[in-house]
Structure formats: C-alpha cells, structure tokens
Design a protein around this ligand. Structure first.
Ligand code: ACO
Length: 422
C-alpha cells in the first residue's frame, strides 16, 4: 500500500490523505487537496525543488556521493575531468571516452582575443570574482548559438566550452590583477597542470609544477565539483528554467558563489586563524564565539550534522602539500581550534563540525593563491556540477521557476498627489 499521511482540516472537519513520494509530499498534489493554502518556506530548508540523480548527501552520516560513487574513492582514484564526465553523463568514462572528452575540453581552452581586451577595461584593483562573473556573462555574446538549448549537440558543445574556458578566464583574471602578461593554454598539459601554468608561468622559462601540487589542485577540483542543490546550483537552475543560455546561467551561479555565506567562507577562516594568532589564544577565542561574538568560521553546515567528508579528505591532503611548500603556520591553530571545539558542549549539542572550508583555504594559501582568488578556484570545478544540473533540468522539461509569496504590505489605497503629501 502506498505511504500517505492523513490530515484533518479543522476548518471543515474533512480528513485529507496526502501521498508520500520518495519520503516527501508532492506540493502539486497537496495544493489540489487544499486549494489556496501556501507553503511558506524561506530559504527552501524543507522544500525539494527537483528530482535529481546527480549527487547524494546524507548529512546525518557525513556521506557524499557523485552518481553513487563515494567522494573518498573519487578523490583517491579519479581525475577531475573523469569526475566532470561522470557528473554530466551519469557513468564513469571508458578509456576511449575519457580520451575523447579530454581532447574536446583541451581543444576549447582558448578564449577569444576580445575577451582579453574586455579584461583590460576593469579597474586595477577589481575583485577577481567580480571580474569572473562579468567575463562569463560576456561569453554569452560570443556564442549566440548557445541559445539553442533544445538541441543536445549544441548543449554539449557549450557545456564542454564552459568547463574548458573557466581555468583560462580564472588565470587571465589573476594575471591582470597582478599586472602580468596573459599566458596561453598549453595543450600538452593536464587540466590542473595547464591551470597552474597559466597562473604562474614566467615567459621564456619552461613551466614544471610539482606533481604533488598538481594532484592537490586536482583533488580540490574533485571535492568542489558538485554539492547538489546549494545556493549557486539553485541559481543556475532558476536562470536555466527561463531558458537563458548556459553562459548567462553560469555567470549568475558565479554571482551567487561570490557571496561570503557561500563561496567566501574559506577566506573568512584564514582571516579568523590569523586574528587568533597563537595557540594560547584558541580557548579564549572559542569562549568568545560561545558568548555570541561571531561564528567559528568553517564550522557548521545546513546539511551536514556530522564531519563534512570533504573536510576530512582535505585535512589529510594538506600534509602532502605542506611537504612540498612548507607548513602553513596557521595549520597548528586550525588543528587546536578543531580539537577544542569538538570537545566543547556548545558545538557538540549543536552538531557543529568542520566543513569543507575549514581546511581548504590553508591549502590554497600554501599553493600560493591570493585569498581573493579562493571563490574563483571554487567556480572552476563547480562549473561541471552547475552544467550537469542544468542539463538534467532541461531533460526533465521543468516549468519556469516562479515561487509564490505571502504579501505583507499595505492593503489597497488611493494615490495621493505630491501636493497633498506632508
Ligand atoms: N559558530 C558558532 N555557532 C554556530 C556556527 C558557527 N560556525 N554555526 C551555527 N552555529 C550555531 C548558531 O548560532 C545556532 O545556535 P542557537 O541554536 O543557539 O541559535 C545553531 O548553531 C544553528 O545555526 P544556524 O545558523 O541555524 O544553522 P544554519 O544551518 O542556518 O547555518 C551555516 C549553516 C551558515 C553554514 C553556519 O553553520 C555558519 O554560519 N557557519 C560558518 C560559516 C561557514 O563556515 N560557511 C561555509 C558553509 S560550507 C559552503 O558553503 C561551501
């Protein structure tokens, strides 16, 4: 027998049976049974906006899976482009499929020369993430055929283009900000290595990245590739539901990621660790958080009520990076902070654990990235997740996103001419 809940409408005394589907209640069915009744859910914390087969999270158990594969296994064994393919296509690629995908992506890493000129119009101290939002939006004007979202071949073509061009745009942005000449993509390098080359290469000198650092970037890209219906992915879906082209959608998703509550938390972690300064100050800092003076940045998550599995992986990987770069002096403060917080009843009772951002900033900083680049680094791999959701949403032929509201403004009133207002 199908599961359902029975509710009595106290206004009429009528018993209403609402079917439960996949552990939830179908709002369309519910509205038919109770016409005119609103579902008030600011922040969508109790609303599933869609069905999705891409990413599974069990926040209670601290589980994250892409297409059923545990994040720990992907982080250990896969490359970022393998993961991007998995997110987009639903299955891991065969060797031939991966070769073809890598070749396709590599072939699209260049950006139009006019995009470089567009970059030159930014103010010298522009924030890289603000620049990225505009650059990705501008790409839409370079590819008018991307508007043909009904054609699967066109969709795939621009999906590949976006994944390929994000590292180039990101690195070009950094080079502009630091006043250094643009470095063209190098088709002989892997995705992550090419990104590092475009970031750091000095002209006239060969570029060789330490394999441990290339692997760390690859790992960070894998961990950040998708996280189901987070704020920026929801933005991508909402913009995509209006049938906007994917460049406009990704630009909007980047704008959401620019927000400090979303893509900016790892920067806040670094600032917090630096402000604590010494190990001795950690207990006093934790006490001040408990007394309501700010939050412990990098702790807590809307979905994870357990250790964020990505934080565990990054914490371990940090040591491989520090073996090459030397230890980030803030690491000891982070470890002590975690130890003190995880033993404290305030954090235990609220189920606050380290999230992905607690350790990622430490690695990014050790790799030499300036803090303003952190959200940009997040956007590069998340593009594959955004596009996987965008493609899935279009396949599902969803309606345009258009929530309702509870109006709390003035009742109807008549216009008063300016002369009659005091
Ligand atoms: N430090 C101290 N207390 C906290 C923290 C924290 N980091 N996070 C939550 N709490 C407390 C709240 O004060 C609240 O306590 P109360 O019940 O006594 O009022 C309780 O825990 C619940 O907190 P909410 O704000 O309701 O939790 P919510 O799910 O809305 O917020 C969030 C999640 C935004 C991530 C929050 O934990 C936070 O601000 N963390 C710090 C910022 C951060 O690390 N963000 C990165 C998230 S991961 C990502 O976006 C990639």
């Amino acid at each position: 027998m199908p599961e359902s809940i029975t509710i009595t409408d106290n206004r009429t005394g009528q018993a209403i049976e609402v079917p439960i589907v996949e552990g939830g209640v179908n709002a369309a069915e519910w509205s038919k049974l109770l016409p005119g009744l609103w579902f008030y859910d600011p922040g969508f914390s109790a609303t599933a906006e869609c069905e999705s087969a891409i990413t599974y999270i069990d926040g209670e158990a601290g589980v994250l899976e892409y297409r059923g594969y545990p994040i720990e296994q992907l982080a250990e064994q896969a490359s970022y482009l393998e993961v991007a393919y998995l997110l987009l296509k639903g299955e891991l690629p065969t060797p031939a499929q991966l070769d073809a995908f890598v070749a396709e992506v590599t072939g699209h890493t260049f950006i139009h020369e006019n995009v470089k000129r567009f970059l030159e119009g930014f103010h010298y101290d522009a924030h890289p993430m603000g620049m990225l939002v505009s650059e990705v939006g501008a790409l839409s004007t370079f590819y008018p055929d991307a508007k043909d979202i009904e054609d699967p071949a066109t969709r795939w073509n621009h999906t590949v283009r976006l994944i390929a061009k994000m590292p180039t745009l990101a690195a070009a942005t950094h080079r502009f900000c630091s006043g250094r000449p643009f470095v063209y993509p190098d088709a002989s390098l892997s995705f992550a290595e090419n990104f590092l080359s475009m970031m750091w290469k000095t002209s006239g000198q060969p570029f060789e990245a330490d394999p441990a650092l290339v692997r760390a970037v690859e790992l960070l890209f894998i961990l950040h590739a998708d996280h189901e219906q987070n704020c920026s992915t929801t933005t991508m879906r909402v913009v995509g539901s209006a049938h906007a082209d994917p460049y406009s959608g990704v630009a909007a998703a980047c704008a959401a990621l620019y927000g400090p509550r979303h893509g900016g938390a790892n920067e806040a972690v670094l600032r917090m660790l630096a402000s604590i300064g010494t190990l001795d100050e950690v207990p006093a800092f934790v006490q001040s958080v408990k007394e309501g003076h700010g939050r412990l940045q990098g702790f807590g998550h809307r979905v994870y009520k357990n250790y964020d599995p990505r934080a565990k992986i990054i914490r371990k990987a940090a040591y491989d990076v520090f073996d090459v770069t030397g230890k980030n002096p803030l690491l000891d403060i982070a470890l002590k902070l975690e130890e003190v917080a995880l033993a404290d009843d305030y954090f235990i009772s609220r189920r606050l654990y380290p999230n992905v951002d607690f350790y990622s900033g430490l690695i990014y900083q050790a790799l030499g990235f300036p803090v303003e680049m952190f959200p940009v680094l997040f956007a590069i791999p998340r593009t594959s997740g955004w596009l996987a959701h965008w493609n899935e949403m279009l396949d599902h032929k969803t309606k345009i996103a258009r929530p309702r509201q509870l109006y709390t403004g003035s009742p109807r009133r008549d216009f008063v001419p300016l002369s009659g207002r005091s």
